[in-house]
Ligand binder design. Structure first.
Ligand SMILES: N[C@@H](CCC(=O)N[C@@H](CS)C(=O)NCC(=O)O)C(=O)O
Length: 208
């Protein structure tokens, strides 16, 4: 097994969390490098695209969250070997990336502008992606997004729904997923209740 170091910001969510979860629940040792905001300006220029997550594999560097998710998914058997099922897994990861990017664009806006833009997201793109993800889930058996078993795609959706439901996003009602996409919330619960996911968060002292 290669020597792995996963670098991401020091919180339990975001683009780096699915890979952390995958490596942990897959039982693959890795260095969990968590960057404090104050250290980021110094480290940013050394990353391939000026952003995190980054995975170091035997000293070589891999950027882009979904490339990392696919790679660690292959190491942990959380990425389907079948080409079609793998494509379904990719589809859902890219869809989450699309809506995440829209949401991330509001993070550092002045308060009034943030309120306006988040209200627009709550009235359009967020329910749209919730509804369409739920449809894709149901189209592929209703339990998991690909191969009828947990994959890195499920972990990525789980992390996004967890973020929405956490209530930390100002102007985004925490009950939006429950109101708009209850089957997706059931999927979130299914992943959350996986004993391996529970063990990961228990180890980090995180509840919910
Ligand atoms: N397309 C990239 C986007 C990476 C990205 O924007 N990461 C954010 C954190 S989630 C970041 O590093 N922000 C700090 C910065 O851009 O300086 C990916 O999927 O990894």
């Amino acid at each position: 097994m290669p020597k792995l170091k996963l670098t991401y910001f020091d919180f339990h969510g975001g683009r780096g969390e699915p890979a952390r979860l995958a490596l942990s629940i897959g039982g693959i040792p890795f260095e969990d490098d968590r960057v404090a905001p104050s250290d980021w300006p110094v480290r940013k220029p050394d990353t391939p695209f000026g952003a995190l997550p980054v995975l170091e594999v035997d000293g070589q560097t891999l950027a882009e969250s979904n490339a990392i998710n696919r790679y660690v998914g292959k190491l942990t058997d959380l990425y389907p070997p079948d080409a079609w099922q793998a494509a379904l897994c990719d589809e859902v990861m890219e869809a989450v990336e699309d809506i995440n990017t829209k949401l991330a664009a509001t993070f550092f806006l002045p308060e009034e502008e943030k309120k306006t833009q988040r209200k627009a997201l709550v009235e359009g793109p967020i329910p749209f992606y919730l509804t369409r993800l739920q449809q894709r889930l149901e189209a592929h058996g209703g339990r998991y997004f690909a191969a009828d078993r947990p994959t890195v795609g499920d972990l990525k959706v789980f992390v996004w729904i967890r973020h929405l439901k956490s209530g930390v996003l100002d102007h985004v009602p925490a009950d939006l997923p429950d109101r708009v996409a209850p089957k997706l919330v059931e999927h979130y619960e299914r992943v959350r209740n996986d004993p391996r996911v529970q063990a990961y968060y228990a180890k980090h002292g995180v509840t919910g």
